[in-house]
Design a binder for this molecule. Structure first.
Ligand code: PRX
Length: 639
């Protein structure tokens, strides 16, 4: 395959060629890709795999350090290009521009801080920091010396941190004293101190001072970032890593049990994130790319940090939220930095679409070339709003389907190269072989006809997670036991007659009503299409006759529209789009939905409310807005 110098595929014909080659001869295909990167020693075996064990190895025998690919490699060609542009929560605080040279020096120096504090290759380091450049410095410094970073999203509770630290037996915790999020000021160190009561493996805590607030420090254990820097040089020889050495652990919640620490490795993850970043977003040399996710999630790991930096791009980091100081914030940032690629989540798009359009119209968004969506199915209404008002019909929307476990984007349009289609993630990327599975566990072969089924993947791709930290059995059971020789995604999908995929939602969100399988996502899409509706969530609840029936929690654009008549209109709308069987029996208008800090609706709680089991809601500590739960319960329809 002949890529251009940036590894980019530039035409649909070339996409088809690349795809074919990646399936027919994956070793050759990925050799060509991997040859674009900096290796200290070339790999001996491109791929070996066995989904039964399961075991996957890419670029075995290859030696590299991912930070040399993200930093050192760019020092000769573009030392003064901005690697990171940081936009603070408060627009009146100064933004920061950090060039590749500066980032390199910061990472080397902090790598020495880690070493001075006894961290060695293979040690686990927990990072619990807000969206500030030092978070990136800390993670890259770990990677530089071969320590395994485990980033815990700064919105998580002390219990969540403690359980993650203990699961991976982290030796060090890196945090900040305090941070800002919208109007809130959050005492991060206090949360850490609570967690640290139960984390025997932690020897050292490094604290970055984000604010001048007084910071409680424990003698002998806690050290200030700046004090430690004073003792460290800024030259550091990168550790030689095996392609299959772990790079990081990132926890993701399972449908049951405690979070799973997904383990990603150095070589395959680098190749997977850089290749997909280049091809999905098609960045050009002077582009300014912004992904509004948090680095605490996989989207931030892969598409704020590793993918863009390995590609030599300028990546924007934003500390704040879309609503502070007001809903102009995102559009202001796009105008200020002349953002070219803007990658965000449907939940943000829907929240923004609810606001007066004047917020958008006040800003010059003409720099935008590509829009991206990730994390959940994007409904038709949100897709069109994004396309019409933000992209002005000129920017392809890359609806990227992937997971913490996949490490890199799996199904998505390539901007300007392959066609987009509202609500469809469209076609698999080169190297990705999806399969739709029927209810008997058999693959529904593609024969130019539409089909629906569970989504599995037939062969490994470079960035696939290799195991669950400390629990390979769980890795096997969760992902490789549903179907023989296939990775099971946990998602369902629809495939049109041209082979385009639309992800319809988690299989665990499917509700069976009168024997019919109903995906909640399509019903929600149907409801959301109603002009008076902002967002909705459907869950099943036990029903005497039908087994399960549907309960809809609905947010209105305007609360005054709440009426029995509107409920009827909603049912009609669903009947029209999907069928009478999908009509929600109960409809409750709610001011908000309970969401995790990553923007996912916590359906588990809604299911409990709908089932009138509110005495046992389980852990709601990861909710962004836990006060909403009581409000919903108070008005729940329980007869
Ligand atoms: O259900 C799919 C949904 O998010 C799940 C993965 O969540 P997580 O590991 O937190 O990673 C999110 C960011 C990659 C998937 O199983 N999902 C992700 N992207 C999409 C999506 N659903 C529909 N369309 C997408 N583009």
């Amino acid at each position: 395959m002949n890529f251009d110098e940036n590894l980019q595929i530039k035409s649909f014909a070339n996409y088809k060629k690349a795809y074919r080659e990646s399936v027919e001869n994956p070793e050759k295909f990925w050799d060509d890709v991997a040859n674009h990167f900096l290796w200290k020693e070339k790999w001996k075996n491109t791929l070996s795999w066995d989904f039964k064990k399961p075991e996957v190895k890419w670029f075995e025998g290859g030696k590299l350090n991912i930070t040399e690919n993200c930093l050192d490699r760019h020092l000769e060609t573009q030392p003064n290009k901005d690697a990171i542009i940081w936009e603070p929560n408060d627009p009146n605080e100064e933004s920061r521009h950090i060039t590749y040279k500066q980032l390199y020096l910061k990472v080397c120096q902090f790598a020495n801080v880690l070493k001075n504090n006894g961290i060695e290759k293979g040690d686990r380091v927990c990072i619990y920091m807000p969206m500030i450049p030092e978070l990136t410095v800390a993670m890259l410094a770990c990677a530089r010396i071969g320590a395994i970073h485990s980033i815990v999203f700064a919105g998580f509770s002390s219990e969540a941190i403690a359980s993650r630290i203990n699961d991976a037996e982290c030796k060090m915790l890196i945090t900040a004293n305090n941070y800002y999020r919208g109007r809130k000021s959050i005492e991060l160190k206090d949360i850490c101190d609570e967690a640290l009561k139960n984390t025997p493996s932690i020897e050292t805590v490094i604290v970055y001072r984000r604010t001048v607030n007084p910071t409680p420090m424990k003698e002998g254990r806690d050290k200030f970032w700046f004090d430690e820097l004073q003792k460290a040089y800024n030259d550091n020889e990168a550790e030689v890593m095996d392609a299959e050495d772990p790079l990081f652990i990132l926890y993701t919640s399972g449908s049951t049990g405690k979070p799973k620490g997904m383990v990603h490795t150095s070589g395959g993850y680098l190749i997977g994130t850089a290749f997909t970043f280049q091809n999905v977003f098609q960045p050009k040399k002077d582009d300014i790319y912004w992904c509004s996710a948090d680095i605490g999630w996989i989207t931030g790991h892969s598409y704020i940090v590793y993918g863009p930096l390995a590609s030599g791009a300028t990546t924007v980091m934003f500390e704040g939220v879309p609503s502070y100081p007001d809903y102009n914030r995102f559009w202001e940032i796009i105008e200020k930095y002349k953002i070219t690629q803007f990658y965000t989540a449907p939940t943000a798009i829907r929240a923004l679409a609810k606001q007066p359009i004047a917020h958008v119209e006040k800003h010059d968004l003409s720099s935008l070339k590509v829009l991206g969506s990730v994390g959940e199915p994007i409904n038709e209404e949100a897709w069109h709003w994004f396309n019409d008002n933000i992209g002005k019909g000129n920017c392809p929307i890359v609806d990227t389907w992937w997971q913490t476990e996949t490490g890199s984007i799996m199904i998505s349009p390539l901007a300007g190269v392959t066609a987009t289609r509202p609500t469809f993630a469209t076609l698999p990327l080169p190297g990705v072989q999806p399969a739709l599975m029927d209810e008997n566990g058999k693959e529904i072969e593609f024969n130019n006809q539409q089909a629906e089924g569970r989504l599995a993947i037939k062969a490994p791709w470079p960035a696939i997670a290799r195991t669950v930290w400390g629990d390979h059995e769980r890795y096997k059971n969760t992902y490789f036991s549903a179907y023989e020789n296939k990775y099971f995604t946990g998602d369902a999908a629809y495939r049109d007659a041209s082979g385009n995929y639309r992800i319809t939602g988690r299989v665990d969100d499917v509700v069976i009503v009168s024997g019919h399988n109903l995906g909640t996502a399509p019903i929600e899409n149907a409801i959301n299409e109603h002009e008076k509706i902002a967002e909705s969530a459907i869950v099943g609840y036990p029903h005497e006759v039908k087994g399960k029936s549907l309960y809809a929690f609905v947010i209105l654009n305007n609360d005054e529209d709440a009426s029995e008549k509107l409920k009827e209109e909603i049912r009609k709308q669903v009947a029209k789009v999907i069928g009478a069987i999908a009509k929600p029996e109960k409809i409750q208008f709610v001011p908000e939905l309970p969401k995790t800090r990553s923007g996912k609706i916590m359906r588990r709680i809604l299911r409990k409310i709908a089932a009138n089991q509110t005495e046992d809601l389980g852990d709601i500590s990861t909710l962004e807005n836990d006060d909403i739960v009581k409000k919903i319960i108070d008005k729940a329809i329980l007869d």
